[in-house]
Design a protein around this ligand. Structure first.
Ligand code: UP5
Ligand code: MG
Length: 205
């Protein structure tokens, strides 16, 4: 079954704001039985890490060096991985999955235009979630997570670089959604995981 037109929600926010945490909850709980509509969580970062770990060629090396530097991987790579993951999820669900929570993408204007070129004509961006939280709170969360995450970028120097990349490249694209008529919901994610979830879940009602 080829991938039909799908609905997509982009989930953005600085490192540690809880994109993955909230998307996991949404994926598990937002099951609309009547409409047979299930939201599939796709983390762009997870897809890149899997590609890095599976590969041995120059592409794996490029992903490794970009993640290690807290910089953005070239858009063509990320968009292709997203496209493949959407198609695979659709296929594996025998066609029932047509709604996607895309976590950690797009991170730059370049990412956004690559998405538009590849998929903009087919899929609809329903809205964008943007989690906001003070950086010092995020540093605490990430260093705590670092004890178990095994992520090569959960080190204070790289964490600082990830924040810098977020401010310089990702924050500027938020305005763009407004110009496209795509709703942007800024969410205070300094609150508890449960409180953030309650706010977010309502947006899917
Ligand atoms: N936690 C979460 N919510 C909490 C709350 N409300 N209160 C208290 N604690 C909370 O959460 C982080 C930690 O905080 C966890 O321990 C959690 O329990 C706790 P998490 O849900 O993991 O936050 P998240 O926003 O997902 O943080 P993450 O570190 O994954 O964000 P990044 O944006 O840095 O990571 P990502 O995987 O998206 O990207 C990594 C790298 O990949 C990028 O730096 C870049 O190099 C590359 N990349 C690209 O190049 N392009 C892409 O499109 C995507 C990634
Ligand atoms: Mg994450």
């Amino acid at each position: 079954t080829p991938l039909p037109p799908c609905e997509v929600v982009f989930v953005l926010g600085a490192p540690g704001t809880g994109k993955g945490t909230q998307c996991e909850r949404l994926e598990n709980r937002l099951v609309d039985v009547e409409l047979n509509r299930t939201w599939k969580h796709l983390s762009a970062g997870d897809l890149l890490r899997a590609e890095r770990d599976a590969g041995t060629g120059p592409m794996a090396d490029l992903i490794r060096s970009k993640i290690q530097a807290g910089e953005i991987v070239p858009s063509s790579i990320t968009v292709k991985l997203l496209e493949n993951a959407m198609a695979a999820a659709h296929q594996e669900s025998k066609g029932s999955i047509t709604h996607f929570l895309i976590d950690g993408f797009p991170r730059s204007h370049e990412n956004m235009s690559a998405w538009e070129d590849a998929m903009g004509a087919v899929h609809t961006i329903k809205f964008v979630l943007n989690f906001e939280c003070p950086e010092e709170v995020l540093v605490g969360r990430l260093l705590e997570r670092a004890k178990e995450s095994g992520r090569s970028d959960d080190k204070i120097e790289v964490i600082r670089k990830r924040f810098k990349t977020h401010v310089e490249s990702t924050v500027p694209i938020l305005d763009y959604f407004g110009t496209q008529g795509t709703p942007l919901h800024n969410i205070d994610s300094a609150k508890s995981i449960e409180q953030v979830y309650e706010t977010v879940e309502k947006l899917f009602a």
